[in-house]
Ligand binder design. Structure first.
Ligand SMILES: *Cc1c(COP(=O)(O)O)cnc(C)c1O
Length: 360
């Protein structure tokens, strides 16, 4: 068996231990005589799986009892619509902080349903920094404030949680989910697609404070109605059973590793290997405002498009795949989610040093 180091922004690497466990349990899950892919979502086996996954989320993220943990579908992008439908319900107003493509898409979607306002944007500098937003910038009549916590494409992360006063704060945490401890109580809702740091694609985990539920617009599709999903314990219809199972295995892996503090320590180590190298390298540079740098998605450039292409090609041949930057930014990007081993980053940095030596 030969496995590559996959630096993709998503879908991305999963912990080898979780994959092996899935392999072991593939054909006969816990004596059920069937795979989780085949079993009824109403079976006792699956009931245990989804309950354990929820319990592990609560434990690992320290989620208070007055929050619902929902296992939904449609990718994070579907929730760009579900959020205004469910929450833009008092004054039909919401404030969006635009820190990248995903935040902008969410904002554009929200404008279809009400008065969404862009409070601040870092588009002027190709989203290479996080704007500083204070309570004074927020419309006190907004039904919520929306942020994208970690900007997957640009490699920035909010270094602070915006103070929105009494206005509920909602965050897309798709690409920093479970990467470090997060104070959930500062948010009315956090959510994210699973395929970055949690599980295969097909699952969106929504953590929502209970008092937010039940005020959706009358036109809200049933499947996008968070209250209905919560009342049905995420089983209003058939959920993505296999993905929820994989999510459970990944959560068990995180717990075994020592929880989010330990996961964070490892992530900091990996990210610093790259950021420190960019400081010393004469070829590879980070273009991101240092205090806003992401731990998960690390873009870099040489400043020369041909050299970038040569690097990506040679890296791919050496087993470091998906390092090409997003089509809107060019350059390179190393996504180093939880499952990327430290060794993968060490080897990448060694490869970059060698490449620099051979090409300057
Ligand atoms: C990948 C990503 C999305 C889009 O996710 P889908 O599940 O493909 O809809 C949204 N927000 C962020 C921050 C992402 O990284």
């Amino acid at each position: 068996m030969s496995r590559v180091y996959n630096f993709s922004a998503g879908p991305s690497m999963l912990p080898l231990e979780a994959l092996k466990k899935a392999q072991e349990e593939l054909l006969d899950y816990h004596g059920s005589g069937q795979s989780v892919m085949e079993m009824s979502h109403r079976s006792k086996w699956f009931d245990d799986i989804i309950k354990e996954a929820e319990q592990l989320f609560r434990e690992i993220m320290n989620i208070p009892d007055n929050y619902k943990v929902l296992f939904l579908q449609g990718g994070a992008s579907t929730h760009f619509a579900a959020i205004p439908l469910n929450f833009m319900n008092k004054n039909n107003k919401a404030d969006y902080i635009i820190t990248g493509n995903w935040a902008k898409k969410a904002y554009q979607e929200a404008k279809k349903y009400g008065n969404a306002r862009a409070v601040a944007s870092s588009e002027d500098k190709i989203y290479s920094y996080i704007p500083k937003v204070t309570r004074e910038d927020i419309d006190p009549e907004a039904d919520y404030v929306y942020i994208c916590m970690n900007n997957t494409i640009y490699g920035t992360k909010f270094p602070y949680i915006p103070d929105t006063g009494d206005v509920p704060l909602i965050a897309d945490i798709s690409s920093c989910f479970l990467s470090e401890p997060l104070d959930v109580t500062k948010f009315a809702m956090v959510y994210g697609g699973a395929q970055k740091n949690i599980a295969p694609a097909g699952l969106v985990v929504c953590i929502i404070r209970e008092d937010m539920l039940g005020n959706e617009m009358a036109c809200t599709p049933t499947m996008l109605n968070y209250k209905i999903q919560a009342d049905n314990d995420s089983l209003y219809n058939t959920p993505p059973c296999w993905t929820i199972y994989m999510c459970k295995l990944v959560l068990e892996w995180i717990k075994e590793k020592g929880g989010l503090e330990a996961i964070k320590a490892n992530n900091v180590k990996k990210a610093n290997l790259l950021y420190d190298f960019f400081e010393e390298s004469k070829m590879f540079k980070s273009v991101i405002n240092p205090e806003d740098r992401s731990l998960m998605n690390i873009p870099f450039v040489t400043g020369d498009k041909e050299l970038d292409a040569k690097f990506v090609k040679e890296a791919t041949e050496a087993g470091f795949i998906n390092l090409k930057g997003h089509r809107t930014t060019g350059g390179m990007r190393a996504s180093v989610y939880n499952a990327m081993p430290l060794e993968g980053v060490e080897k990448l940095v060694a490869f970059m040093k060698e490449f620099e030596k051979n090409n300057s």
